[in-house]
Design a protein around this ligand. Structure first.
Ligand SMILES: Nc1ncnc2c1ncn2[C@@H]1O[C@H](COP(=O)(O)OP(=O)(O)OP(=O)(O)O)[C@@H](O)[C@H]1O
Length: 277
């Protein structure tokens, strides 16, 4: 269903919502980081989550993907209630988020990063020791999937290098590939373009739209408004933890509530990045 047929209103219902969240709240001491009354993510679309610094975007991602706990709220993914479930169980349901590559992962080879992502996201620990033959078959499958993704993201030549030696853009590709190891229904990308040069930005954008075109649902946090406007089917704007606007990119870009949110924050207008970003 085209985005034009859905009313651009905070909390609006979607015709085929993959993720439905209700009353999701996360506080840190006296600070309410997230307070989302109702949010639906339409299946098979690219949805951007925008908002000024500190609006609660990462916290909402963390909570929904099981990396942080909510103080209140419920949400379903493909009909399954996921509130309170750990990240690997959320991943098993098909919802996976990316993380920036840590120092530790930088000391593993590129291919081992992918293999580790497959097992970590599945939450497997016991199986290998109990069932070696089954495990070996699984490991072959995991390796085949890793090599397939390395080809897709043009990282095959870096397969056995330390991940720490990758360029900024290649790291972003590896982060995306890690999320795809478990063939998710929805990927949540946290600032997929941060620190990437313009040439690789185009290639990353191509990869993201390709995922959507293959039927995957993509949700991403992004500060660069050109990127948001360029590839999103739908944009959700958070401010002080709440959804203040949602709709097609051109509608949200012109929404006074969105402009207010950015002007009201100490960090200026949409797309104007802080020095530290
Ligand atoms: N672990 C934490 N402990 C205390 N406060 C936190 C914690 N995580 C986030 N916050 C606070 O919650 C609010 C929302 O933060 P969050 O990182 O989710 O915002 P954001 O929209 O992702 O911001 P940015 O665009 O700068 O990444 C901020 O005020 C932040 O300081």
């Amino acid at each position: 269903m085209p985005a034009d047929d859905i009313a651009p209103e905070p909390g609006v219902a979607k015709p085929d919502a993959l993720l439905v969240a209700d009353g999701v709240r996360r506080t840190f001491g006296g600070l309410t980081a997230v307070d989302v009354e109702h949010l639906e993510i339409q299946r098979g679309t690219i949805t951007a989550l925008i908002g000024p610094n500190g609006a609660g975007k990462s916290t909402l991602f963390n909570v929904l993907s099981g990396f942080d706990r909510a103080d209140a709220g419920s949400w379903t993914f493909d009909g399954a209630p996921l509130a309170g479930k750990a990240a690997h169980r959320v991943a098993r349901h098909g919802m996976v988020r990316t993380f920036q590559l840590t120092k530790t992962l930088g000391k593993l080879s590129v291919v081992d990063n992918l293999k580790l992502a497959a097992t970590a996201q599945r939450g497997e620990r016991l199986l290998p020791s109990l069932l070696p033959p089954l495990w070996r078959r699984q490991e072959r499958e995991i390796e085949a999937r890793a090599d397939e993704l390395l080809e897709r993201f043009k990282l095959a030549h870096m397969r056995d290098e330390f991940a720490g030696t990758l360029s900024g853009g290649q790291r972003k590709l590896l982060e995306m590939a890690r999320a795809l190891m478990v063939r998710p229904t929805m990927v949540m990308l946290d600032e997929p373009m941060a620190g990437v040069n313009p040439a690789l930005t185009q290639s990353l954008l191509g990869h993201i739209t390709a995922l959507r075109d293959e039927g995957m649902t993509v949700c991403f946090v992004e500060h660069d408004m050109d990127v948001v406007m360029g590839i999103s089917d739908w944009v959700v704007c958070l401010a002080e933890g709440r959804v203040v606007a949602e709709g097609p990119p051109d509608v949200v870009g012109a929404d006074p509530a969105v402009i207010d949110a950015y002007l009201g924050s100490e960090h200026g207008e949409p797309g104007v990045e802080d020095d530290d970003e």
